[in-house]
Design a protein around this ligand. Structure first.
Ligand code: TXE
Length: 498
């Protein structure tokens, strides 16, 4: 089945690395194989970029930079809109490849991943066209211009959970601001990026956007170490985030880091129960829980706990697991065996620490699930100090806990090293605002979950990262400010002459 779909979709055999507007093999000819996690079938051979290849990509981006940086914003905006149109025109193909590559339900890639991707390009096209250089009146007789200038060549590295979507969060603002790019997708999910490069090949000048596929430890590290990179932008684990931050510090270049999360979902007893149930589900089962923003710790007020918990269990038991390309599938495969074992390891660890598994907890190997990595939606009843409640599991596993008062739950929510997102469910507006303000996270949802609207800043507090994406502020992170002070004053400076 997969091989047929792959052929139909004209997949990767013809692809290599995309450097300076051309497809080239790795300089040593080496490739790596990518598989569909849902079936174990081979999808494609991709080129494994060497140090020389990364160097060639950086040089191409450096060469393309001056002209791209000077391209008028209206023209850049037009190009960004054309990229959005190209993604939208290829949406079914991209949604299918993303579903096959990461094993996620196609209804999610169709309705979330791909629209987010083209939405980002439209959003930044609009923003950049409206940007103005700031004219500041300063001391009498002088004025100042503040100009935002692009940084140069940006090294962008993304994870496997939302290749094209997270990619668009980085590519769109970087291009809008006039930078050029060397981009590396995760070796587990390179295909949507390669198709993206293919469909925009005639839209962008050569060298403005380059793709180097390969492993993190080699290709990724070559990007971090390259002296020609002027900024790093990374989404992935906090562990590799440290490596990226160190590489940036050594070169004194900026880095945007979007790292792990262990976000709290807080449910007060006056919440709309039906919406709240949907919130718990979306918060942890979307993309099999492999979402940095997942609300993987759920705090339920004691006055509704005994009634609400069985309802969540019931809902999780009814989740329709299936193959990714079936539109009825609500949950499919996690990314690979390592991730699968890691998740199961956390569940076993939770049991040893005294937690109770209320539902799920096992890998499914029956029928069509035999060759993939399917884990049942899992609810752990635990405490906030257990490993399963402290560390990012990155799977369909939620830890539920009881709380009594607002103060108590705020303290519990903040008692974690991460601070990416969070949700508060209540119909009391004052309480919603108080809790949203008190929880130490970059984004809080009130009576909703896991939404990532274009234009609303995304990024973490604490160990969840540095910088913001998706919104206007992303442009700040892809530019540097030049201030030009100009004097219209004819006389000498009074300070010196008196
Ligand atoms: O992430 P990595 P992995 C978490 C999640 C998951 C764990 C490991 O808990 O189980 O991380 O996943 C590239 N220099 N998250 O191994 O290693 C790598 O090739 C430069 C959370 O996939 O952080 C990939 O392109 N690059 C997270 C990207 O970094 C390197 C999303 C992410 O890989 C590199 C993903 C190096 N030395 C995983 N090593 C989130 N919260 O969104 C790796 N890479």
């Amino acid at each position: 089945m997969i091989a047929d779909v792959a052929n139909l979709m004209n997949l990767a055999p013809k692809y290599g690395l995309y450097i300076d507007g051309k497809w080239v093999p790795a300089s040593d000819g080496k490739t790596f194989t990518t598989y569909c996690p849902a079936t174990g079938e081979k999808l494609a051979e991709c080129a494994a970029a060497t140090k020389e290849d990364v160097d060639a990509a950086v040089k191409a981006a450096q060469k393309a930079f001056p002209a791209w940086a000077q391209t008028p914003v209206e023209e850049r905006a037009k190009i960004l809109n054309k990229i959005a149109d190209a993604i939208e025109a290829n949406a079914p193909r991209l949604a299918m490849i993303e579903a096959m590559d990461k094993g996620a339900p196609i209804r999610e890639t169709t309705f979330i991943d791909i629209p987010q991707a083209y939405g980002q390009f439209r959003h930044f096209a609009q923003l950049i066209a409206g940007e103005e250089d700031v004219l500041v009146t300063s001391v009498p007789g002088t004025y100042a211009l503040q100009i935002r200038e692009p940084l140069g060549v940006i090294g962008q590295i993304v994870p496997w959970n939302f290749s094209l979507m997270i990619g668009s969060w980085k590519i769109a603002p970087a291009l809008a601001a006039g930078n050029t790019i060397v981009f590396k997708p995760s070796s587990a999910t390179s295909l949507s990026t390669l198709i993206f490069a293919e469909i925009i090949a005639d839209i962008l000048p050569p060298g403005v956007f380059n793709v180097v596929t390969g492993s993190g430890s080699k290709t990724g590290q070559f990007i971090l170490d390259h002296p020609g990179i002027n900024k790093l932008s990374f989404t992935g684990s906090t562990e590799i985030g440290y490596t990226v931050a160190k590489a940036a510090a050594e070169k004194i270049i900026p880095a945007t880091l979007e790292l792990g999360g262990k976000s709290p979902g807080i449910y007060f007893d006056d919440c709309n129960r039906e919406k709240a149930l949907e919130g718990v589900q979306l918060g942890i089962l979307f993309n099999q829980g492999q979402v940095c923003a997942a609300c993987s710790r759920v705090f339920i007020q004691d006055t509704m706990y005994d009634e609400f918990v069985p309802q969540i269990v019931e809902k999780f038991k009814r989740i329709n697991m299936g193959l990714p390309w079936d539109m009825n599938t609500q949950m499919a495969s996690v990314i690979d065996e390592t991730q699968c074992n890691k998740i199961l390891g956390y569940i076993e660890g939770a049991k040893k620490e005294g937690a109770k598994i209320l539902c799920g907890g096992k890998r499914r190997m029956d029928g069509e699930f035999a060759k993939g990595f399917y884990i049942e939606p899992t609810i752990i009843e635990g405490t906030n100090d257990m490993t399963c409640a402290r560390e990012e599991i990155f799977g369909p596993v939620v830890v539920i806990m009881k709380f009594h008062t607002e103060e108590e739950v705020i303290a519990m929510a903040n008692d974690n090293e991460y601070g990416l997102c969070g949700g508060v469910w209540t119909q009391n507006i004052n309480r919603a605002l108080r809790v949203a303000k008190a929880v130490q996270s970059g984004r809080i949802w009130v009576n909703c979950s896991t939404s990532c609207a274009n234009g609303i800043a995304f990024g973490g507090y604490k160990k969840s990262g540095l910088g913001r994406e998706i919104s206007r502020s992303a442009l700040d992170y892809y530019t540097q400010v030049k201030a030009i002070e100009i004097s219209m004053y004819e006389g000498l400076t009074p300070f010196y002459t008196q």
